[in-house]
Unconditional design. Structure first.
Lengths: 374, 130
């Protein structure tokens, strides 16, 4: 987490969070709710019902014009030419040293002509400088201050979204995963242009709704009111982190950073060197061709203890073999789980390893992920 | 967030939010209501064995919420004579009743002079109301 010396920025929903009794913290320079009623309860609401997340702090960049595709092909690792209108994919901004500037979602509005990028809040400035520097002639606009964003996630999320978004026959529940479309407003906000994207960061069904900043509060309260009988609850950053950890989704600054190779991070599936040229490609591919030295794995504690970012991972004989990038007690299963880099020879499922927890080697086992059945 | 924390006047408090109840040379140690509220749901505790010795301000254990681990600091120097075993099995007792049944350890204090280095209730109240 970045430590900001300036007063934190506020999303349009800051007052709503405080009114709902959230505990607020400065997260990466943003005044955000870490929890409302309790992390475990909120986590469970998303796994079994529906939760709302304020993700208005995320950044949005618009990429337009005849050079938009060429520019995005160069500055991201996934193959943007595959995206049709209304489709989206997960991708990475690579750097020239073969590391990762950020992870992002690319939304295709009009193939070859208009795209929307969604990037991490903590990286907005760095990322916009990166896209400007790496640009190959596209029109770029940082729209981060124009958009609010609400993630609606959980097995009942689509039922809730269907109640307020409808465009003819098109209902959010009819949309495929990783597609998006524009709706001319919710029930309470008729005529207000919003984007409903079937994406998320929890492993549950649902959507992320991009809403103009000035309409964010109305949409938030509409979702809370309309979803009352579905048990909708606001969810803080604490549960957002445990939900994504259970899925082994990467978090920038934990699993990935400026020095991470995408293949080591298990992100080869969004790295397409055969399809196209892109920034840092030779260096990224070289690491794979020389044979990966380390790999990102999930592990579960055998003995008592909670792994945390930065803890050293060891072999059973006590040799350092890597580092933990994230860890928590899984609110879904009660098991203590971690994500971390280990040497290739210790990366197979079932390998027993140890986590150095405050000087003690505590036993753990590499295991398949996600950590919950999905 | 509650602001009416129980802060018994006869307890001592540290700036790291431990409390100490002194009965002659036996000191019972816990964390304050303010601390448990800040931590959120406590899911793991690492406490010392009986017989372990700590100096004032030294870390004697760790309390972990789902989110993070926080060190526990000895309010005074001494030797551990008792550990709250029930909490080790179910650390949520620390959230439910941090000032009474959620006590962590009892130590035999080396010198009561050290009590002058830690706070009484009025000063601690000022600290958490900042």
């Amino acid at each position: 987490m970045e430590i900001s010396t300036n007063p934190p920025q506020k999303t349009p929903l800051a007052q709503e969070h405080e009114r709902l009794g959230a505990r607020m913290v400065d997260f990466a320079g943003w005044w955000m709710p870490v929890q409302y009623r309790g992390l475990k309860e909120e986590h469970q609401s998303v796994r079994s019902g529906v939760g709302l997340f304020d993700v208005s702090h995320m950044g949005e960049f618009r990429v337009r014009g005849p050079k938009s595709l060429e520019s995005l092909q160069w500055m991201t690792t996934n193959d943007v030419s595959k995206l049709q209108a209304g489709e989206a994919h997960y991708s990475l901004f690579p750097n020239e040293n073969g590391g990762i500037v950020d992870d992002l979602i690319v939304y295709c509005v009009k193939p070859g002509d208009e795209y929307l990028l969604c990037v991490n809040a903590a990286n907005i400035e760095k990322d916009f400088a990166f896209v400007q520097k790496s640009n190959r002639g596209a029109e770029l606009k940082n729209e981060s201050s124009e958009w609010g964003q609400i993630a609606v996630q959980g097995p009942k999320a689509l039922a809730l979204l269907d109640r307020i978004f409808a465009a003819g026959d098109v209902l959010p529940s009819k949309m495929k995963a990783f597609t998006h479309r524009e709706f001319s407003g919710s029930k309470a906000l008729s005529g207000v242009r919003m984007i409903v994207a079937r994406t998320g960061y929890t492993g549950e069904d649902g959507a992320e709704v991009f809403v103009p900043k000035s309409s964010t509060v109305v949409l938030w309260n509409e979702l809370l009111a309309v979803g009352k009988d579905l048990g909708v609850e606001p969810i803080g950053l604490g549960a957002r982190d445990t939900l994504r950890t259970e899925m082994k989704y990467s978090l920038y600054g934990h699993e990935i950073d400026d020095t991470t190779n995408p293949y080591e991070a298990g992100l080869g599936w969004v790295t397409k060197p055969m399809a196209k040229d892109f920034l840092g490609k030779a260096k990224i591919v070289a690491v794979k061709e020389q044979g990966l030295k380390r790999k990102l794995v999930g592990f579960e504690m055998i003995d008592r203890g909670i792994p945390r970012q930065g803890y050293v991972l060891k072999s059973v004989s006590g040799e350092p073999i890597g580092v933990c990038t994230s860890g928590t007690m899984s609110p879904s299963t009660g098991a203590c789980i971690g994500i971390g880099y280990v040497t290739l020879e210790n990366s197979a499922d079932g390998t027993e390893i140890a986590v150095d927890i405050r000087g003690k080697n505590v036993r753990a086992k590499v295991r398949p992920t996600p950590f919950i059945e999905k | 967030m509650s602001t009416n924390y129980q802060l018994p006047e006869d307890f001592y408090y540290t700036k790291e939010h431990e409390w100490a109840q002194v009965d002659e040379n036996i000191v019972t140690i816990g964390i304050t209501e303010f601390a448990q509220e800040q931590l959120g749901e406590i899911v793991y505790l690492d406490l010392p064995e009986e017989g372990a010795k700590y100096s004032q301000g030294e870390s004697f254990g760790v309390v972990e919420s789902v989110k993070a681990a926080s060190d526990l600091y000895a309010p005074v120097s001494g030797t551990v004579i008792e550990v709250n075993a029930s909490l080790m099995e179910d650390p949520s007792g620390l959230n439910d009743d941090p000032m009474n049944n959620g006590w962590l350890i009892r130590i035999e204090m080396e010198t009561e002079k050290e009590l002058a280095n830690i706070m009484r209730a009025p000063d601690y109240r000022k600290l958490i109301q900042k």
